[in-house]
Design a protein around this ligand. Structure first.
Ligand code: ADP
Ligand code: MG
Length: 371
């Protein structure tokens, strides 16, 4: 019965997407001109939504679009399967077309490996495929986007979400071979994303793609967006309340959406958000996300934990100074260097003079629980 317009998970929708027009326009323009792009920004800050929105825009401009989330990939075989599946889905609209494309461009693939289900076309390679057979298939699969672009006369944009995950399932040598194909023709372009901003440059090398960062959604745009959606749904809300929701969630994409979705569902009968609701936002978020933070925390080694606890307590401190290390019983400066690098690679902290915990609610969780 409810038609909650806010959502904190799932694919982006045009109505729920807010702001960031400049980044959207610039990245779209680069892709249209044949330049691959990468989006580097912290977890839950809106990379996937931005990427999906860009793909939607390009689709309207006659681009073929394919989307693949590398978080879900865990082996070289499955990478080939998923890559081929995503590309085939971008072009084939009927099973007949799918078989025709497969026969023509993927002759190394047995047609029985191709099937369709509710989520689209799938490729399943036989589990006993030998190395040689796999190499042959991989080569054909990597060339597939280019063939399809040629055949259809349309450009194709491939989104590889969370691109650095490729390191977890492909050998560096194989990645090199694959990388050489990133920019081999202007009619095949890539849209990559990464929660680990530093890694993206390491993996891609210089100048292969244009790297974009994702700034915060401007507070006023967020406020107006929130206000519009609540009012459209029959809520009585003033500007101050909408501003207060954005402020309490630090305008952090995921949290603002999650809190709005929650407020909508608990207040859908009165259609009014109260002052008390606003005051309770931080508690609600911390309660809701406790397991997520705990999981991050438990995945860290002791020196990494100690360091996070220390900067959660003293966010402005000079992390490598002798005083700071002594006050928090931290390891030597060289060990600390490695700790900081790891946490930065993981996108948990950012360094800009001093170190800062990227997620404002994780910072608060640390302060409450481990300091
Ligand atoms: N531009 C946006 N406007 C409104 N909400 C957004 C926007 N971008 C992201 N969100 C919200 O934040 C959540 C996390 O975004 P997502 O794109 O999945 O982050 P990431 O890929 O960076 O981890 C989304 O599910 C959505 O609720
Ligand atoms: Mg994502």
């Amino acid at each position: 019965m409810t038609d909650n317009p806010f959502r904190s998970k799932g694919a982006a929708t045009a109505d729920a997407f807010c702001g960031r027009e400049d980044t959207l326009a610039e990245m779209t323009r680069a892709l249209k001109s044949g330049t691959s792009v990468a989006l580097a920004a912290s977890r839950r800050s809106g990379k996937s939504w931005m990427a999906q929105t860009i793909l939607e825009h390009l689709k309207k401009d006659k681009f073929l679009t394919a989307y693949l989330d590398l978080v879900h990939v865990h082996s070289p075989i499955q990478w080939i399967e998923r890559f081929a599946g995503a590309v085939l889905n971008s072009t084939a609209s009927t099973p007949e077309e799918l078989f025709a494309t497969t026969r023509k461009f993927l002759p190394a693939l047995d047609l029985s490996s191709v099937s369709a289900d509710a989520r689209g076309y799938r490729i399943r390679l036989p589990p006993d495929s030998g190395d040689e057979q796999l190499h042959a298939i991989a080569d054909q699969v990597y060339r597939l986007p280019r063939h399809i672009a040629q055949e259809t006369g349309r450009s194709i944009v491939l989104c590889l979400d969370e691109y650095p995950e490729i390191l977890s399932f492909l050998e560096p040598k194989v990645i090199e071979r694959w990388k050489a194909r990133l920019n081999d023709t202007k009619s095949v372009v890539y849209l990559l994303s990464s929660s680990r901003p530093k890694l993206i440059e390491d993996i891609l090398g210089d100048g292969l793609v244009k790297i974009f960062s994702l700034g915060a959604i401007p507070a006023e745009a967020w406020r107006d967006h929130v206000l519009k959606l609540f009012r459209k749904g029959g809520f009585t809300m003033d500007k101050e309340t909408a501003s207060a929701i954005v402020a309490a969630t630090h305008g952090y994409s995921y949290y603002t959406q999650a809190v709005c979705a929650h407020l909508w569902s608990v207040r859908k009968s009165s259609r009014k958000v109260t002052e008390e609701d606003i005051r309770e936002i931080p508690e609600w978020v911390l309660d809701q996300e406790d397991a997520y933070y705990e999981q991050i925390w438990r995945g860290l080694t002791k020196p990494r934990k100690s360091f996070l606890a220390a900067i959660a307590q003293e966010p402005e401190a000079q992390a490598f100074s002798k005083d700071f290390r002594a006050a928090h019983r931290l390891p030597s400066a060289s060990t600390l260097q490695a700790v900081v690098e790891y946490l930065e690679d993981e996108g948990l902290i950012s360094r800009n003079g001093s170190c800062r915990i990227v997620d404002p609610f994780f910072q608060e969780w640390l302060k409450r629980n481990v300091v």
